[in-house]
Design a protein around this ligand. Structure first.
Ligand code: PDD
Length: 284
């Protein structure tokens, strides 16, 4: 069951007109929210990021936080899995094709679906994943979670074409921003390094969780620009997202990262993340 413009229905019955600006221009924003034991995790933070994205594209928030919570709870309840990930999608609505905003404004299209959230399989935790690097050729508002994801799609496909799972993005051949659909951390001599949350990356909710866990457990970390050289010579690289939790990147551009196996920082972070999931995310 999904939610579309005020109604709940099976996804097969959901229809959007072809003149929807999401379809025509990719003119919209989205959110992905993990659900653990039937409860949306960090809903307030996700809704705050959604508001930031909507503000960034000058689109009014169609719902109050209370209304959103009601819609999401119903979608969660209509789906069976205990752990799910919600997908929220808002476009500027249906209008005659014109780049400028519809004037007067038209109602936005609001869509929510949910899918089961699998935990990353054991073999990926044991081996880590492979990644490639590529120039970050996206726009300068990567802090907006825009539905126009063509650059991210092309960048992710570069990894898939090389038999890898993610593409690590480097700006101006100089510094790390993030992954095609994830945030990236580097580790050097026991120090966890995180790129600063600015207009060049999506401020990940999982990214925040990782830094909170590091802070609470005395793991030293620095938030600062991470150079390409630091990425290429890191002892470890970690990937985070709402759907992939935390994973080790053990091969980059065909070469081993550090020892080529998930390292001590990954193992510690992964264990702490699972503990956090059990004690906080699932806590009623
Ligand atoms: N993407 N950076 C980008 C470009 C992303 O697309 C994502 C997540 C993240 C991680 O953010 P978070 O920890 O809040 O999930 C960083 C989602 C999962 C997606 O597009 O499906």
């Amino acid at each position: 069951m999904i939610y579309l413009n005020g109604q709940y229905m099976p996804i097969e019955e959901a229809r959007v007109p072809v003149l929807d600006r999401g379809f025509i221009f990719g003119d919209g924003v989205y959110e992905v929210i993990p659900v653990y034991s039937g409860r949306a995790f960090r809903l307030e933070e996700h809704l705050r990021r959604l508001k930031h994205s909507l503000d960034g594209i000058r689109l009014a928030n169609p719902h109050s936080d209370e209304e959103w919570a009601g819609i999401l709870d119903k979608v969660i309840a209509e789906n069976e899995a205990q752990d799910q990930y919600l997908y929220l999608h808002i476009t500027r609505g249906v209008a005659k094709r014109d780049h400028a905003f519809p004037n007067p404004p038209v109602p936005p299209t609001v869509f929510v679906m949910s899918n089961p959230l699998p935990t990353p399989p054991d073999h990926l935790l044991a081996s880590g994943i492979s990644a490639v690097t590529a120039e970050d050729n996206r726009w300068l508002r990567c802090d907006i979670k825009a539905i126009s994801l063509l650059p991210n799609v092309l960048l992710r496909q570069m990894a898939i074409d090389e038999g890898c799972a993610e593409t690590i993005l480097i700006r101006n051949k100089e510094f790390l921003t993030e992954g095609a659909a994830s945030n990236i951390f580097a580790v050097k001599e026991g120090m966890l390094l995180a790129p600063p949350k600015d207009n060049l990356m999506l401020p990940g909710i999982t990214y925040d969780v990782i830094l909170e866990i590091a802070g609470a457990n005395g793991i030293p970390f620095e938030v600062r620009r991470i150079s390409l050289a630091e990425v290429l010579h890191a002892d470890e690289l970690l990937l985070t997202s709402s759907t992939r939790e935390v994973l080790a990147i053990t091969k980059l551009d065909g070469k081993p990262v550090g020892a080529g196996l998930p390292g001590p920082m990954f193992r510690r972070m992964h264990a702490l993340y699972q503990e956090f999931k059990h004690n906080v995310m699932r806590a009623k």
